[in-house]
Structure formats: C-alpha cells, structure tokens
Design a protein around this ligand. Sequence first.
Ligand code: GAP
Length: 503
Amino acid sequence: MAVTMDAIVSLCKRRGLIFQSSEIYGGLASTWDYGPIGVELKRNVKDAWWRAMVYERDDIEGLDAAILMHPQAWVASGHVANFSDPLVDCKSCKRRFRQDHLPNYIGVRLRSAEMPTDVGLTVTIAADSFDDAMKKIKQGKEWSSKPKGYWTADQLEPEHVVKVCPECGGELTEPRQFNLMFKTHLGPVEDSGSVVYMRPETAQGIFVNFESVMTTMRRKLPFGIAQVGKSFRNEITPGNFIFRTREFEQMELEFFCKPGDKCQPGERDDMQWWEHWKEERTNWYTRYGIRRENLRLREHAPDELAHYAKGCVDVEYNFPIGWQELEGIANRTSYDLTQHMEHSKKDLRYFDQERKEHYVPYVIEPSAGADRGTLAFLCDAYREEEVEGKEPRKVLKFHYSLAPIKCAVFPLLKNRPELVEKARKLAHDLKQSFYTVYDDTAAIGKLYRRQDEIGTPFCVTVDVDTMTDGQVTLRNRDSMSQDRIPLEKVESVVQEQLTAARR
Ligand code: GAP
C-alpha cells in the first residue's frame, strides 16, 4: 500500500514528531516544529550524514559558519542579482504564485464590440495551450458561462487566452522577479547600509572559509569541508509538509579538487570526483534504509545547468507527492572561489607544490536537505501491517541508527512497586549507553504499539518472573519476536545490534 502524505502528517502530529509551528496562535504557514520524537529523528539523520562525511573519511573537515555573512558575499555568489523566482499576483484574490509552478488554467477573456471596454468575461478552463483551449471551447463544453449573443468562439485570438488564478480565475499580474533572500538589519539603524541577509544556503560559509580551513588543517587537494545548518528562503510556494519550507536545514559538502588539466597520472579529476560523489550519496541513502527502487538520479539537461556548472544531478526520491529532488550534486568548477577572489580581493588560489603553480580548485558539491531527507526516511520507513490475531499495526521501520528512541522499558504491572523499581533502574542504566525511555502509562500491548509507531527497535518488559529468574522479555520491532534474556545482558545485546546496524 502506497503511503500518503496525510498518513505521515497525522502520525507525526499524534506521536510527537512534528507540529505546526505557533499552533496556539492558529499556526504560521509552512513552518513546522520538531517535537520530542522528531528532534531525535532529525538529529540522527544529521549525525549519520556527519559520520559518513567527517568521521569515516580522512579527506573532509567540519565547519559551523555564521548564518549572517558580509553582504558582499551574497553579491559575489550571485544571490543578490539572481536568486529570484518569477512571481505573479492575482489582481482579485491577491494570492501569489510562482509563474513556473502555475497549473495550466487558462482564462479566456473576450470583449465584443457591444461590450463596454472595461467589461470583460473570464471563463476558466483547464488547458495546456492556446490551441488546447480553443479546441475545448469549440467543443462547447467549457462555454456554459458565455453571455449569449455577445461573441462567438471564432472571435478568439491568442491574446484573449491568458493564464488565470487557479484559485479564483482572476487576472494575474505580469511576472516580476522576486528575490528569495530574507533581509534584516545589523545593529539598531535600519538603513540600506545595515542590510544583511539570512543565508539561503550554507555553501557560501564554506567558500569564504576555504583558505582558513586549508591552512590551519594543513590540507592539500583533494579535500572537502562539510557543514550542517539552517538556511532561509522566502519561498513563494512552500508546502507539502516539511518538503519545502522557508526555514530549513541543509547538509552541504564542498569538495575541492584538481581540474583535469592539473592532475598527475592516477589522480582523480573533477569529473571522476563528481561520479564518486553520485555513488557515495546514493549509497548513503540506501545504507540508512531507503529502498533503492525509491531513489533515482536525474541529470540536468544542458539548458537547466547554471552557466558555470559542468554537470549537475539530482538525487530524487519517490515521495507520496511524486518523484522530487532530495539532494543536488553539482560540479561547480572554479566559479565560487573565483567570484569570492574578485569581490574580496583575497587570493584564494591553491599552490600546487608538485607543479609549482597557483590555480583555483574545482568544487564538487553534494547538497542535501536535512528536513527533506528526514521526510524521505519517514515515508520509506512507514508501514501498515497485518498482525495475526490482532489489530493491524502502523510501524516506522527506521534503520536502527535513525530510530529516535533505541529502547523502551516497561513493567508488566504498574501496581507492583518492585517491578516498577526494577524497570526504572534498568531504563536509567541503559540511558548511559543509548537513548532509552521508561513507560507505564498503558497496558503492555498498547505500549508496544506506541513504540512501533515511533520506530523504537527494542522494548524490554520486566514481569513477575523477573523477580525470581532475573530474566526480562526483549521484543524486536521488526520481527515482533519476544526473547527471554538475563536482565544484565540487555545492554550488551541491544548495543551489539545497534553497532552492527551502523557498520
Ligand atoms: N548550495 C546549493 C543549494 O543550496 P539547492 O538545490 O538550492 O542547492 C539543496 O538546495 C537542497 O536543499 C535541496 O536538494 C533540498 O533538499 C534542500 N532545500 C532547498 N530548498 C529547500 C526548501 N525551501 N525547503 C526544504 N528544503 C530545501
């Protein structure tokens, strides 16, 4: 059964993963807060990325740059001039749309000689083009609201057929470019000299620190700088839950390497590193549980590519809303460092000892969204399963490393103080090794189901027999198997499985 976005949103709300932001004030459009379970999930996604990038490799350094940067950095990067979307407004209902996201609702606006010039009639039809609109109109189906006698379909000219507001059929303004960067002011004076931007990507914080990281960490090409952090874009059409929001987190790597003509025999050039990162990043998603059939790579057509890019591929995931970008992997050539060199007047070239030559490195950029990644992991983990002799269950089959809570401990009977005490102590001890919770707020069957719904891989039950045989029941989320094991072995048995899954 295909998972729906509604099922995910509802589970997230019900089980403390993700809430509408400022809900007590009626909410703020397209902004979301991660609740106690969601914050763990997203942290685990970011940690898994950091582990794969920084800890498991020896050619990448980490960085945490400031969100506010010198405004010239955004002039150099091209964001001030070009980071915009074409925006249209509806003159009637005042709604705002990205022109390139507008569905093909075409309005036919006609004025006949008999009509006063300020009166027109708009009929809204779903059509892909003028020809398609004409065809439908001539078939007569769409013509019901025509005031008889004023005009005929023969009078239609292409200029009478325009895109109209998909909400109310109203007239739309001409498109204008809308810069997506949020502006604010540094310090108390709100004049144009104090304008700073909330970063729309984390990447530029890496480029401006390239020289400092390379020098302080004594790095030679190739090496990368990884960063995870918030970015802000005043998106015109955010939506689809946490898929597109105005405040989101990115996990970006800028990997600095030699362009082909500077490579020694046997060294990987920029295009080979690009291939490497396509494979690495795809493998990262499957390693953490995304099914391979739900991932695909879509290479950008030449007319989609930024003028400086040598290649770009999107890692796409089959979301409930269809195939959509999860991450972009671009060969950005020497563009960004060259731009920052020009605008800052600082020499950001690399000195190649072997060639005794200065040049600007090329950059491969795998740029992923932490929230979008979290949504993909959620969708892929979500299952509704039949259980023999019992109610069907909803379960999030997260990779153990991503599971928000690793282990939950319950007393079988909460009115037996000795069971409660033992279970509480076990939970407390396990917390030292992995995130464990204690719960006694429902009957055991319900407690298992709750933990299934938030993806907890292990549940431990302390029962009456525990008091005499020292054994507890260890239940596995996926197989639902229940094994009796000695209480003192719980930590090592769970830890072993968590570690094995991570490798
Ligand atoms: N530095 C390159 C860059 O920022 P991008 O394709 O604009 O490239 C990279 O963004 C990733 O960031 C996207 O693939 C997506 O996962 C995430 N992302 C971008 N805009 C987003 C938004 N409005 N909401 C949530 N995630 C977003």
